[in-house]
Design a protein. Structure first.
Length: 474
């Protein structure tokens, strides 16, 4: 394809918005469309961008047509799957959003234990269909997270210690390249691209469909949170450090530090009380799970214990309402090699300094199958880390002054953890994280390999509205 010209760059807004896209059957949404503001909104309400055109696709052919159209007019391209990335990379100013949100089909093959998933599907869609067969694959911990964004960055979730990251369960992907070509990437087709897609983000094309391996899970599992008062944080974390050191692979845990969210099963007087929680999900028989979490439930004097047999699909969506669309969010994150006393002291001292009762920090226990996968098997490199911590500042849209304080809290918290950091998860990078943090997310060797593949499949860096990997020159 010829390089864009200055004439194409200056294409008038009204000309573009009034055009039809050849070969496109979806819906075109411009500023005058009644649904424009809804169509440009993403999960993070702090993101306010105004694209020139939103191409809501119905399938792979629409995606390819939209890419070719945007390239012909040299329009900036953003790709929206679930729209959940905190940095808001799913939408851009004065360009085209290739919107996959209408492409949410999930087809399960029970015999092969695989699922074909369209690029706009949410994890709630996947869980709904796969759990009908008592099957699952590693997804996020929030049901309204998009499959595409989470998977392409790595994919951490409740099942990862038993069944690996989401990228470890990706078998194939249908990709629309920067030229508008449709190709299939797998271990046997475009294997270099397949390697890069498993952790390298949306840098290499638009993924319109995924094929995942599934595993027997549920339908009932032992799962739920245990809460202790914030004053118990140091003791709980020291106990937790020993508890997870010998945990079976089936046991996934996440530590949450902040306030108790207003969940339906928690009494009103405890809502927004400062507390530490450890939430569990055991990917195995319920009775085995009850034994595996017994010591945790018996430690100290819990405020609330909600661990018990529950449907896996319900557990997967249990905190959806605590991080709704439209709130304002700001994230900082780092990987940790371990939970030393110094790390615990920092976490205990910093976690409860937020001003917003909706802000929190969450720490994911890694290891297990994640660590056993060779470091160079995928573009997700930080296999050896013990924990991943995210500092999630959250506030209501009409509390802008509170947002300034929450942002400062998150930055100071991360700075205090930096001496103990060991890389960062690319999906947790926010809009102000610079290229040095992108390199930190991959390490030099992985980044250079990704840059070479980027130069092969997207040499003009068309797909740069993400945590960008620059094409390698020469």
């Amino acid at each position: 394809m010829a390089a864009p010209t200055a004439e194409r760059i200056s294409q008038p807004r009204d000309t573009v918005s009034g055009m039809e896209i050849p070969g496109f059957r979806g819906e075109l949404i411009a500023a005058e469309h009644a649904d424009y503001d809804n169509a440009r909104a993403v999960w993070n309400g702090a993101v306010d961008r105004r694209p020139r055109l939103i191409a809501r696709c119905t399938g792979t052919a629409d995606v390819a047509a939209a890419v070719r159209f945007a390239r012909e007019l040299n329009l900036e391209i953003a790709v929206r799957g679930g729209g959940h990335n905190v940095a808001g990379t799913a939408v851009c100013d004065d360009g085209m959003v290739i919107d996959l949100s209408a492409m949410r089909a999930v087809a399960v093959n029970q015999d092969t234990r695989t699922a074909e998933v369209q690029g706009g599907a949410l994890w709630g869609d996947v869980d709904h269909e796969t759990q009908a067969h008592a099957l699952a694959t590693t997804g996020g911990i929030v049901g309204h997270t998009g499959v595409g964004g989470l998977c392409l960055g790595g994919g951490i979730g409740w099942l990862m210690r038993k069944h690996g990251l989401t990228v470890d369960n990706l078998l194939a992907a249908e990709v629309i390249t920067a030229e508008g070509d449709i190709i299939r990437a797998s271990a046997h087709e475009h294997s270099d691209l397949f390697w890069a897609l498993r952790g390298g983000g949306g840098n290499f094309g638009v993924v319109s469909a995924f094929r995942f391996a599934l595993h027997p899970v549920g339908p009932s599992v032992t799962a739920g949170p245990v809460f202790w008062t914030a004053d118990d944080t140091t003791d709980v974390l020291r106990f937790y450090r020993d508890f997870v050191a010998d945990a079976p692979d089936e046991l996934g845990t996440v530590v949450r530090l902040g306030t108790i969210p207003p969940l339906r099963d928690i009494s009103n007087e405890l809502h927004f009380k400062p507390a530490i929680a450890v939430t569990c999900c055991y990917a195995g028989p319920v009775d085995d799970g009850e034994r595996a979490v017994r010591a945790l439930r018996q430690f100290g004097s819990p405020l609330v214990d909600l661990v018990g047999p529950t449907r896996y699909v319900d557990h997967q969506s249990s905190i959806d309402d605590t991080v709704p669309h439209g709130w304002h969010y700001y994230w900082k994150a780092t990987d940790l090699t371990g939970l030393s006393d110094d790390v615990i002291d920092v976490v205990a001292a910093r976690a409860y300094r937020a001003s917003s009762p909706r802000s929190y920090a969450a720490m994911f226990h890694m290891g297990g199958a994640v660590a056993r996968t060779p470091r160079d098997a995928t573009a997700y490199p930080h296999r050896e880390v013990a924990h991943n911590i995210i500092i999630d500042a959250a506030w209501l849209p009409d509390h802008d002054t509170l947002g300034t304080r929450e942002t400062a809290w998150a930055k100071a918290f991360l700075e205090a953890l930096q001496p103990h950091g060991a890389g960062v998860y690319v999906n947790f990078l926010d809009r102000d994280d610079d290229t040095s943090r992108v390199r930190e997310a991959y390490g030099d060797d992985t980044y250079q390999r990704l840059a070479e593949i980027k130069a092969k499949y997207d040499p003009e860096n068309v797909f740069h509205n993400n945590k960008t990997i620059q094409p390698r020159e020469g």
